[in-house]
Design a protein around this ligand. Structure first.
Ligand SMILES: NC(=O)c1ccc[n+]([C@@H]2O[C@H](COP(=O)([O-])OP(=O)(O)OC[C@H]3O[C@@H](n4cnc5c(N)ncnc54)[C@H](OP(=O)(O)O)[C@@H]3O)[C@@H](O)[C@H]2O)c1
Ligand SMILES: *[C@@H]1O[C@H](CO)[C@@H](O)[C@H](O)[C@H]1NC(C)=O
Ligand SMILES: *[C@@H]1O[C@H](CO)[C@@H](O)[C@H](O)[C@H]1NC(C)=O
Length: 384
């Protein structure tokens, strides 16, 4: 696969601006009138230019003041090509996965979000069969005209389809909805297998031992239907249990909840030691806690200091921790804002890290009760 180019062009001026200048109509006049008019226009243009340059300088000084921290385009930090942060991480296959993705779960018009994202330079869309919107995602991608090898598409295998005989059909459905021949990454969405056609009846055997599901996913790689396979919502014990098998392909990533309230430093360190890339889902704390995340005093302080937005502080922190980050938004301005990651100065990065790990961790996403399980999905003891 050709390396994916990080298209970072969020501040490119709209081409429409130039085309929309009204050049007016031209009527021939006598030579002297035209000369006088030319002199007048020349003086007027010079005066306007002078005033606008001075005006712009004053405006720039005004906007650069810390109190206008939301005007990130005048920020003091390096915004070019990921602002000093990695634009990609390299997977065991050698594929390079873009470090910031658009999340597509949840409510809202995902088609417009994907359209906006691809226009402002995203090259990575995180989706899933369970989000029931892969057709919309596919349509928006097709309409963008971006070639297949320039976009990273992730999908996830839903809990109903863990039985080896059901995996390929589930994958085919995602491929067909997206309108593509292959996925860049396919994840086991949850370490919980439901019996097919039941209302969330757990298949205990396949839940305790996901190796048969994994073997089928490896086959999908060999068939060329997916380029990389991974897991999601696996705790350390479950990763160890899976990787204790003689794997042909080890998990490329583990997509887990990581945010200010649930920063999981042990899991992150363990993953680094074991060369397992993490992807941060609900990175802003999800809809339920996004405001609380953005309003954290330390987040606000860093945003003011660097003249970037609170969301940009948090998203940058994730990439700087060494994880792929999957912020979701259906608001075009936020979609654009969220791609603009930038390296935080080391002292500020450490301050934010310390604040995040200093309170008792609280998970936002845990469907154990909602699914009527008699155990907790994230319990380290169960049932291994
Ligand atoms: N593997 C899994 O089990 C799993 C579980 C959960 C999530 N995920 C993935 O992770 C993605 C993100 O997680 P998430 O959707 O739970 O939460 P999130 O990205 O942490 O937060 C999304 C919320 O933040 C708001 N928001 C986004 N950018 C903002 C900004 N710059 N300023 C202010 N508010 C902003 C969004 O509002 P608007 O949309 O209204 O703009 C939305 O309400 C999902 O879409 C999905 O792809 C995976
Ligand atoms: C900004 O970051 C880019 C990409 O990391 C780097 O190549 C460039 O030299 C940096 N510029 C400055 C002024 O630090
Ligand atoms: C994973 O855990 C299950 C349930 O405890 C066990 O049956 C299986 O043998 C374990 N797999 C490995 C490779 O240790």
């Amino acid at each position: 696969m050709a390396p994916i180019q990080w298209q970072y062009k969020p501040f490119a001026p709209s081409e429409d601006d130039e085309e929309n200048i009204d050049i007016g109509s031209y009527t021939p006049k006598s030579r002297t009138t035209r000369f006088k008019k030319l002199v007048f226009v020349f003086i007027a243009v010079c005066t306007t230019l002078y005033l606008s340059v001075r005006g712009t300088q004053a405006l720039v000084r005004f906007l650069s003041k810390p109190c206008h921290s939301t005007h990130h385009w005048h920020s003091k930090v390096n915004h070019t090509l990921g602002g000093g942060l990695p634009t990609h991480f390299t997977l065991p296959s050698g594929d390079k996965i873009p470090s910031v993705a658009l999340g597509t779960a949840g409510r809202g018009e995902v088609g417009l979000a994907v359209k906006t994202a691809l226009e402002v330079g995203y090259t990575h869309v995180d989706g899933a069969w369970a989000y029931r919107n892969e057709d919309e995602v596919g349509k928006a991608w097709k309409a963008s005209g971006i070639p297949r090898d320039q976009i990273w598409l992730t999908s996830k295998l839903w809990n109903f389809f863990h039985a080896p005989e059901d995996v390929e059909a589930a994958l085919d459905e995602s491929l067909s909805n997206l309108g593509t021949e292959y996925l860049d990454l396919y994840l086991i969405h949850w370490p919980i297998a439901f019996k097919k056609g039941t209302d969330n009846v757990v298949d205990l055997e396949l839940t305790a031992n996901p190796y048969p599901t994994w073997k089928k996913l490896e086959e999908m790689v060999d068939k060329g239907k997916v380029r990389n396979i991974g897991i999601s919502n696996f705790n350390i014990a479950r990763v160890k249990n899976l990787t204790a098998n003689p794997l042909k392909y080890k998990p490329a990533v583990n997509q887990v909840e990581l945010n200010f309230f649930n920063p999981q430093p042990e899991l992150l360190n363990w993953a680094k030691e074991n060369d397992l890339l993490l992807e941060a889902y609900s990175p802003l704390g999800s809809t339920r806690q996004v405001q609380e995340s953005l309003n954290q005093p330390i987040v606000q302080e860093i945003a003011k200091t660097l003249a970037i937005t609170p969301a940009q502080v948090i998203i940058s922190w994730h990439v700087q921790r060494g994880t792929v980050v999957l912020p979701k938004s259906v608001t075009p301005s936020r979609v654009e804002e969220n791609l603009q990651v930038t390296a935080l100065p080391q002292d500020l990065f450490e301050k934010l890290e310390a604040a995040a790990v200093s309170h008792p961790p609280a998970r936002v996403v845990n469907p154990s009760k909602g699914w009527g399980l008699d155990f907790d999905i994230f319990d380290d003891e169960w049932p291994l």
